[in-house]
Design a protein around this ligand. Structure first.
Ligand code: BG6
Ligand code: MG
Length: 214
């Protein structure tokens, strides 16, 4: 039986996935190449450093560790410029309603995000108060698809993995949930999130009943 809900942030609660994409694209363009939206799927849920490594590989570009650090910092500065202007209006449809409903139904909630910017986003969008625990990129050493971020969330909430369901828009995130022994609800397309137990287009398509039926 499900007792706790672990939420990815980017692309599940807020549409920051587009800001990540824009910032990475801009960075790739400054190096003289581009990448597609299909390739971008592989960056979702993946840490900043690992995203950069993938992008450099796509462009066939080699950089030193110092250069990589500068590039990641540059991308993040563009990204932070965008997220510091976010408002609660950018919370994805149905999010506040669904979080309120499951909270009232007695489920515990945790954030499980790879982002080091989660505090800024939760604060700007006024979502922070929903979460009993927050686990983000500042607290983990292994990037999704490693289950570390979700296992940490479950243990902080005091539940076993099988009592938890993860909400994820990323292939890597769904894999992390499954590897951790949890249920996964995919937010996006069924053809992309093939490992998820259920896939919906957004939190606006979910009710408490869906959790009881998992
Ligand atoms: C994830 C995003 O939530 O966080 C990735 O899906 C991103 O695209 C990762 O790279 C790390 O985020 P940040 O904000 O620490 O660069
Ligand atoms: Mg995501």
């Amino acid at each position: 039986q499900i007792k706790a809900c672990l939420f990815d942030l980017d692309g599940v609660l807020v549409d920051t996935a587009v800001y990540h994409y824009q910032a990475w694209k801009r960075l790739a363009n400054t190096m003289g190449f581009d990448f597609t939206e299909v390739q971008n799927e592989q960056l979702k849920g993946v840490s900043r450093v690992e995203s950069l490594n993938k992008i450099l590989a796509w462009g066939g570009v080699t950089k030193t560790d110092t250069e990589k650090e500068e590039l990641a910092t540059l991308k993040n500065s563009w990204y932070v410029d965008m997220i510091t202007k976010m408002t609660p209006a950018e919370v994805l449809p149905g999010t506040v309603e669904f979080l309120t409903a499951i909270h009232q139904a007695g489920y515990k909630l945790a954030l499980g995000s790879a982002s080091k910017n989660s505090a800024t986003i939760l604060e700007r969008t006024q979502l922070a108060h929903f979460f009993d625990e927050i686990v983000d990129g500042n607290m983990v050493t292994k990037s999704k698809p490693d289950p570390e971020v979700f296992l940490k969330g479950a243990s902080l909430l005091g539940f076993k993995p099988e009592e938890c369901v993860v909400f994820e828009d990323a292939v890597a995130g769904v894999e992390a949930a499954k590897r951790g022994g949890m249920k996964a609800i995919g937010i996006g397309e069924k053809s992309v999130l093939t490992e998820a137990d259920k896939v919906v287009s957004g939190l606006d398509k979910l009710t408490v009943k869906d959790l009881e039926e998992l």
